[in-house]
Design a protein around this ligand. Structure first.
Ligand code: NAD
Length: 257
């Protein structure tokens, strides 16, 4: 179920990374349904095309930009194109990310460590770096970065992923403090287990694998991408005007006890 936000983002511009699948796709769609012009960024051109088709099917406005979010140049170019096309930047959802195969810290391949940290953490730094420059000249904005339950709690076999997501939580708070007085709000989002392609890969997409992760959820099911999208839209809205520097957990109770 998507929150009824029709029209609440009319005239606004939203920039979403990882928009070719899962949480990013659901959020790009939710922003467009709420009236925003949306820039959808992803490394997967196929994923972007599918997302664009879903948005265009209801008359939404979307610009797709294939880009590897670890490229500072690529992100800056995508943001410049967003401003040139839509006239500004109001909301950013820095969400692209990759999983880490379960492995002890001592056994993690060094190239894998670097890639997880680059895609999940450095990209968020790069996105915010360029977005904040634009928002400062535009009179403010709202940024939401995808951290994770693994960004507030340690998980065995996930040290690279946890390091990247704890990092996202930390830099979201740092940036929030640095720009709180300048009309820019920054928050981190910490989802629990959400039913996306990432979880399908993680569980091997078997009934057993799904049951194993559902067993970690007190609420008895996985979260839906649309439930994360609803929260992103709320965090970017004026209703959340006093919320900044927050790491919002949306996890069916997974980290409550
Ligand atoms: P997903 O695999 O469905 O989507 C991730 C998207 O990011 C894909 O479209 C992929 O192509 C894109 N991407 C990957 N590397 C990229 C790169 N270098 N440049 C540009 N795009 C790239 O996964 P998802 O579950 O929707 O994950 C979205 C975010 O949510 C990730 O940051 C993930 O770590 C986080 N997260 C997911 C869960 C979950 O249970 N699904 C839980 C907590 C946090």
């Amino acid at each position: 179920m998507t929150l009824s936000t029709a029209g609440t983002y009319t005239g606004k511009v939203a920039f979403v990374t990882g928009a070719g699948s899962g949480i990013g796709r659901a959020t790009a769609i939710a922003f467009a349904k709420a009236g925003a012009s949306v820039t959808a960024v992803d490394i997967s051109e196929k994923g972007l095309q599918e997302t664009a088709a879903l948005i265009e099917a209801f008359g939404g406005r979307v610009l797709t930009i294939p880009c590897d979010v670890t490229s500072s140049k690529g992100i800056k170019a995508a943001l410049d194109k967003t401003v040139a096309t839509f006239g500004g930047l109001d909301c950013a959802f820095n969400n692209a990310g990759i999983e880490q195969p379960v492995n002890k810290l001592k056994d993690i391949d060094e190239d894998l460590w670097d890639r997880v940290l680059a895609v999940n953490l450095k990209s968020v730094y790069l996105c915010m770096k360029h977005q904040i420059d634009i928002m400062l000249t535009n009179g403010g904005g709202a940024i939401v970065n995808t951290s994770s339950g693994a960004g507030v709690l340690a998980i065995q076999g996930q040290s690279a992923y946890c390091a990247s997501k704890y990092g996202v939580t930390a830099i979201s708070k740092c940036a929030a403090l640095e720009h709180a007085s300048q009309g820019i709000r920054v928050n981190a989002l910490c989802p629990g287990i959400i039913d996306t392609d990432m979880i399908s890969r993680f569980t091997g997409d078997t009934e057993q694998g799904r049951a194993r992760v559902i067993a970690q959820e007190p609420i008895g099911r996985m979260g839906r991408p649309e439930e994360i999208a609803n929260t992103v839209l709320w965090l970017c809205s004026e209703q959340a005007g006093f919320v900044t520097g927050h790491a919002m957990v949306i996890d069916g109770g997974q980290t409550a006890g």
